[in-house]
Design a binder for this molecule. Structure first.
Ligand SMILES: [Cu+2]
Length: 157
């Protein structure tokens, strides 16, 4: 993991004297939407399990859980390479996704329950490749979902 020396990225994130102003600056940007499925019925996996982001861009990572089990999206290394703008809990009503709640501040991991989804809005601020993406939930067999292959890789360029 290597911190960027790019002044433009730092300026975009740090120049504003308050967090509210930073959020305001980012609010004007259209996010790049990336969707990851957390499991599928009978399958413990991230789909896709390789994610790629670029520093300085605003992303909306949609974490959808179409499976019958709760799942975590956990990567502590990744959480240290991004600036989180917000996390939104959403609900599908008809064909519209409606936000139910919004969280701001440093986020380390998310758990999404079966049939639901959450959106992690962030800007990557450091480059690197991390392989600690995993779901640490234990199944009835005593093994974690990660043991069953629910792991992944994240690259930030
Ligand atoms: Cu899981």
């Amino acid at each position: 993991m290597r911190l960027l020396h790019s002044l433009s990225v730092l300026a975009a994130l740090c120049a504003a004297p308050t967090a509210a102003q930073t959020a305001g600056n980012l609010a004007g940007q259209e996010p790049i939407v990336v969707t990851v499925e957390l499991g599928r019925p009978g399958e413990h996996a991230f789909v896709p399990n390789k994610l790629r982001f670029e520093t300085g861009k605003l992303y909306k990572l949609v974490l959808k859980n179409p499976s019958n089990d709760p799942h975590y999206f956990t990567s502590h290394a990744f959480s240290q390479m991004i600036f989180t703008r917000k996390v939104q809990v959403t609900q599908l009503r008809g064909d519209k996704t409606v936000p139910l709640a919004e969280f701001k501040g440093a986020i380390r991991e998310l758990e999404v329950y079966p049939g639901h989804s959450a959106e992690w809005w962030f800007v990557p601020v450091a480059t690197g490749r991390v392989t600690d993406l995993r779901c640490g939930i234990s199944g009835s067999d005593g093994k974690t979902h990660a043991d069953h292959g629910m792991v992944g890789e994240i690259v930030i360029e």
